[in-house]
Design a protein. Sequence first.
Lengths: 475, 475
Amino acid sequence: MISVILAGGSGERFWPLSRESHPKQLLNIAGEKTLIQQTVERLLPLTPIDRIYIITNEQHAFQTLSQLAPYGFKPDHLIAEPVGRNTAPAVALAAELFQDQPDEIMAVFPADHVVSDPDAFHDTLLQAEDAAKENYLVTLGIKPTRPETGYGYILKGGDLENLANAFKVGQFTEKPDRATAEHFLKQRKFYWNCGIFAWKVSAIRQELQRHAPEVIEPLAGIEQHLQNAKGKFPYRVFDAKGKKIFGSLPSISIDYAVMEPSQNAAVVPTSMPWNDVGAWSALDDISKIDSEGNVLSKDVYQVDCTGTLVKADGRVIGAVGLKDMIVVDTPDALLICPKDRAQDVKQLVEELKNKKRPETKLHATVQKPWGSYTTLDEREGYLLKRIEVLPGESLSLQSHKHRVEHWLVVAGKAEVECDNKKMILKARESTVIPKGAKHRLANPGKKLLILIETQLGNILDENDIKRYTDLYGRA
Amino acid sequence: MISVILAGGSGERFWPLSRESHPKQLLNIAGEKTLIQQTVERLLPLTPIDRIYIITNEQHAFQTLSQLAPYGFKPDHLIAEPVGRNTAPAVALAAELFQDQPDEIMAVFPADHVVSDPDAFHDTLLQAEDAAKENYLVTLGIKPTRPETGYGYILKGGDLENLANAFKVGQFTEKPDRATAEHFLKQRKFYWNCGIFAWKVSAIRQELQRHAPEVIEPLAGIEQHLQNAKGKFPYRVFDAKGKKIFGSLPSISIDYAVMEPSQNAAVVPTSMPWNDVGAWSALDDISKIDSEGNVLSKDVYQVDCTGTLVKADGRVIGAVGLKDMIVVDTPDALLICPKDRAQDVKQLVEELKNKKRPETKLHATVQKPWGSYTTLDEREGYLLKRIEVLPGESLSLQSHKHRVEHWLVVAGKAEVECDNKKMILKARESTVIPKGAKHRLANPGKKLLILIETQLGNILDENDIKRYTDLYGRA
């Protein structure tokens, strides 16, 4: 079985923890591991790591690879989409790439859901694999536990020959009203559509060709437009032509494009505990709740709060008399919202985007292939950053037109190249990078390098950078 | 008339904007000016600045003087209490200090209330002065506008001869229940006790002697135990004996100690708009409210909020669907509380104090007589601060046992003395202060000096400081 993880989420509903540069699947909101790490761990007993592929947006490639490096995930098993086009084009792309293995079962998983019973998950997937071997397009159907109006429902149809726990798919109903959802729940013939699928490569290609030729036909021969990214992380990336082709595909879900019209769809019902973690309010179901219904981080102090989620991030938070509220604090942005309005965080983020607030794009700490930087202070004439460089990593050889940089090592060891001269700086040592000097910062040590950078000048702008050479193909 | 401003508030109810080191009267929560600045400005048309005195806690002396410097307030008109002992000992102290002017009218004002009609305030005070000249102990009575249960009420008694708008004081009722407050409101004979008084020095001394000898008798000859503080800000401070005497006084209010038992008390009723700014919810009455009842700072974005106060401080805040909430953000602490629980912020602060959270004492930016410092980042091995030194000011000559300091000037000009060598550092220049070196930082320029200090060492503690000489008497 080949596993394809679709990691296309933007995760606006988890702002301010999620940002454009840091969507939901990269967050550890449901345990110590991030959602994409949990997704990979859940698959490993069924699929070795070298049979796992990920399709994600190009801007998330480095972080995804860095989160999955501990599992031995291969960089060239990550395929970078230039733009998000919903699930049908992503599935079609994977199917095209595996077309030389037509009988292989390909399973598709969202990167950002929670399944808390791995054994039930594995049993269900093996049943789905059996049905896929019989040429069905198989979708997993989660047994509903409440009349949820935010999910899609699948009606169970007739039995399938030789398959104990797989059924024809009846109608799909997207987000029913409350009364309908209650009716579905009582009928016990409806299942939640969880976005997990299994099918033969040949079967999905055939059904895409039949029901959504506009999605799959432009992808004929697409492999020749995919190449390994330059530099240290050779994930798969489109060339200009490939980007144009992919970008021209319609944005459409695989459910709508194929599963609904197909005569060949099957559903494997399961009662495995599943959560799509669709909004902050979903954390109630997957977090450890105290006797008052609260989920409170360290550094949160409360008086008479109930049913409240408070996520702190270093600062002390005092909460008095809150009831069913969500408070999420980050170094540069804060959210306060009642639980029953959690879906409307999306609307807030739209407003912030309209106002061009940078807090929708980046975190105060910006992840880079070589480590991260954090803006600590900014006033007229200077900008102060903490720069952390991972062992063995290196920033690009670069220069700045408008600023002087003052570097002070506070932990670890730095190799500094400046206008062709190299030096080693240890903790407590500093140097100055003049305007226009070609310079590079690297960590030649085995421990994290932490450096305080003070940028000085009248124009202090991330775009004031000229890159000459770069380990990560960004020059 | 001599005006005495009692600035003893701890202002726990305004956490996290108020801290032990930064109580309510020093906050600008009711306009651009701080409450104590507004209090002084309100008095200036009646009392020249050199007839205004302030009694406040010693730890607030520098900040109070710095806020009042623009008005020409004299440092030796500030009397520093070693500990807070409520209003009776402070009033008795002032009365003792002015005992050589027995016929002088002394008026007493809280430092942290809001009066939004200065003309009405002046008219009322002149009436109070007239009554005080007749040897009455005069209290101002505010005409109630709502059945407030949080205030004390004064019953208006009989007329006083020759005084048009002053009456005998009937009974005092502290914080009545709702029904009683409504009854008082209807009766139109009850007034709010606002803590503003006027009396002859001789009159208050006599009544203190009669009704609270335990408060005034120990203060006989107290002036000889008051001296000017050493250094640049010669406010009045007790010597060790004086501290002991003052500290041994009972903690009691002047209302309870004198006004209630006195046969000589008068009330001057007024309908001037008055607010004791007792909790965050009080800001509704003194702030500019939008059409939805919200008071929102810059950098606050909201969806469907009503009746909500959000104070931001640099970070972006997203508020969705909040109703009658209070959100107060500061760089190191955050409060969320419904308006009808605003009084319970005090309880939260008690909890934080029990847990020894430093956020109850200091702000992230700590005010100093020479300027301020702000902690920007702190990890094992280093601590990063922004230090701001006012023109002409200077830190103490000091040394540290456990840390090296790296100084980088980012704005202004620094004079650095290090082991008897002096140098001038301009913006972009840096130096290192070795462990144990006797050093001093000063601003010899006319603009603000901003310096980035990186402390490096295994022990990084504010207490690792030895002071040799100091402009402000702290050595």
